[in-house]
Design a protein around this ligand. Sequence first.
Ligand SMILES: *Cc1c(COP(=O)(O)O)cnc(C)c1O
Length: 445
Amino acid sequence: MTLRQLPSVEALLRQSDDLIAAYGRPLVVDALREAVEAARATIRNGGPIPTPAQLTDAARVRLGHRLAPTLAPVINATGVIIHTNLGRAPLSPEAVAALAEAAQHYSTLEYDLARGMRGSRAAHAEGLLTQLTGAEAALVVNNAAAGVLLALTAIAKSKEVIVSRGQLVEIGGGFRVPDVMKQSGAKLVEVGTTNSTHPRDYAEAVTPKTAALLRAHHSNFRIVGFTTEPTLDELAAIAREHDLPLVDDVGSGALLDTAAFGLAHEPAVQESVQAGAGLVIFSGDKLLGGPQAGIVVGERSLIDKLKKHPLARAVRADKLCLAALTATLLHYLKDEAPRKIPVWRMIAMPLPEIEARANRWAQAWGGEVVDGQSTVGGGSLPGETLPTKLVALSVRSPNKFLAKLRAAPTPVIARVEGDRVVFDPRTVSETEEAELSKAVIAAGR
Ligand SMILES: *Cc1c(COP(=O)(O)O)cnc(C)c1O
């Protein structure tokens, strides 16, 4: 009897114009049906009969959950600047604008305006890259892993590539650089030992089948103690002596000297070019601070081989990437990178600025400002930290508190240090502060 008192889906639909406008009729029908089903189950268990308004509200909640984007913005309060799980480098406003323009309109992606005919996609970022790195030529692909794959496929397939055992790295997420290298069909000839490889190890491994010497940046780990590796110059000299290209996977793609920011020296792209590496490969979204991309710069004859290889088409960069990358590279050319590129702004953020923000937060939330360390992350500068000021909150259950922060309208990712939840202002932009405060206060203690 009571079940009959429930309104029909048809009747509810007639009062759901706003939902239909927002979500479309088929999804609303599904959600209302589910809401009515759930209400039936509740009533059978002795629960109350919901009103029509309660049923449409229940459907609204279901639709909200069902259509919530899985890829959504979060606030990174961890102090890890290039946080791979949180999308690596945020873009500058200029890069975002360029990306939006390219997305919204037709563009000169492969069109030569002066001649009114087909142009080249290579025209966009490559000129900037050669100017900035001093290389003869450049190529942009989907990511650095694709750059390594394309480079080795194009120049070393079915041949041998010599690489140090100490450089066969896994860069996180179970991704191993040597596995990608093997996909190229090149045979990796491993030389030296985990902690020690000498110039003569490379020289002795050269055979008529050798196509290249390979150097891969350690990126995310450090070998300490008794350890030796040839310098870049030594490797380049061996390569020259045997008339072989040196392929240098530098990983994070620093165009600025990290040492000028109080960090250890991260291999810079320009140094590899200058030392004579034939191909230098790096990511667009690590220390470069741009969109996901793989950038290959080097000798024109080698870059041409890569461009002509059929795989190049499969791993090419798309127009959104090229637009954002070009705008990012312009910041370097205009000598404004540390001010304009978010990753460098965070690295360069003065401690007093961080402290002032931490003080404000601590006052608003009832927390304490403590000394801490930010890290660069993203497989660069392992073990290196930047002194920072954290806001520490004592809460009853740190893990429950973190879960509440993650469930906020704009989820907040923070971390636990000791038994307190800590927030690092360095990786939170000023435009995110209001949302962050709301989330922290709403999470209670
Ligand atoms: C990060 C990294 C890569 C992979 O770069 P993606 O752009 O993520 O493909 C390759 N090699 C090294 C040394 C790295 O640090």
